[in-house]
Ligand binder design. Structure first.
Ligand code: MG
Ligand code: MG
Length: 263
């Protein structure tokens, strides 16, 4: 794991990135309104695609190369699915949790955000999993105010998650974001000696990071399903995923995929 030169964005560039970030936020508000027992993940994806089209935004996920190019503008990962689930005819049931990840490019700049939604009423175990994963993301954003290196933030996220009895997914991590969805640096949600030695980076003004803890209720291992994309937990335990695109401004961290003007 190593990081090349990091892109540092000017205040003007960060402002430009709020366009894509704001639209991704809007997409999540649409998803939040639509999610209910009885709806298919494909129906929700179609509405997000339409929203992006109306705003001349380029979907970032559609067509991503793989054995099969990714066919949708969102990833929808249900229950034991961790990331990269393909939207389709599957009907959401009360008690499910669904992780919706989406991103778009507007005027050449990218935004990327994920959220795990409750479908109707979920049980207490699922509720706690979502609560802790969201708390890990919020903690990371807060710690950007005080920590000097990412390893300190990652270590504290990991501690929060493991203290709750859950595990951090290590096969997938966050990333720098800007002109492209995936840029340096690599942004893990855990701290290892290898990362401290070879991948750690200083939290400098101008960095824009997609911070995205993925948390499993059981073990951290994942496996890819036969559709070539969906990653599910190896042990069948449930998983949650929360992600924001966050800019380190001279006035502190700013969530670019949050509500307009931080409302
Ligand atoms: Mg994402
Ligand atoms: Mg991401």
């Amino acid at each position: 794991m190593s990081n090349g030169p990091l892109n540092l964005r000017s205040p003007r560039e960060m402002r430009l990135m709020t366009e894509a970030g704001g639209l991704v936020w809007e997409a999540h508000q649409l998803v939040r309104k639509m999610i209910r027992p009885g709806i298919t993940t494909g129906e929700i994806d179609t509405e997000v695609e339409e929203l992006f089209r109306r705003h001349d935004a380029v979907p970032l996920f559609q067509g991503v190369a793989g054995a099969v190019p990714f066919p949708a503008v969102t990833c929808m990962s249900i229950n034991d699915e961790v990331v990269h689930g393909i939207p389709g005819p599957r009907v959401l049931q009360a008690g499910d949790v669904v992780s919706v990840d989406t991103g778009c490019k507007v005027n050449g700049w990218c935004g990327d955000s994920a959220w795990t939604y409750r479908v109707g009423q979920v049980d207490a175990a699922a509720d706690k999993l979502l609560e802790i994963t969201e708390a890990a993301l919020n903690l990371a954003v807060e710690l950007l105010n005080s920590c000097e290196y990412w390893s300190e933030v990652a270590g504290q996220m990991q501690q929060l998650i493991e203290t709750a009895g859950f595990s951090v997914v290590t096969d997938f991590i966050g990333h720098g974001i800007g002109r492209e969805m995936h840029e340096a640096p690599e942004v893990p949600n855990y701290c290892s000696e290898e990362f401290q030695r070879e991948g750690d980076f200083e939290l400098r003004t101008g960095l824009v990071l997609a911070i995205e803890p993925m948390v499993n209720a059981g073990g951290r291992e994942v496996k890819r399903l036969s559709d070539h994309w969906t990653q599910a937990t190896a042990d069948g335990s449930w998983s949650a995923h929360f992600e924001h695109t966050v800019a380190l401004t001279s006035a502190g961290p700013r969530i670019l995929t949050g509500p307009p003007d931080g409302q």
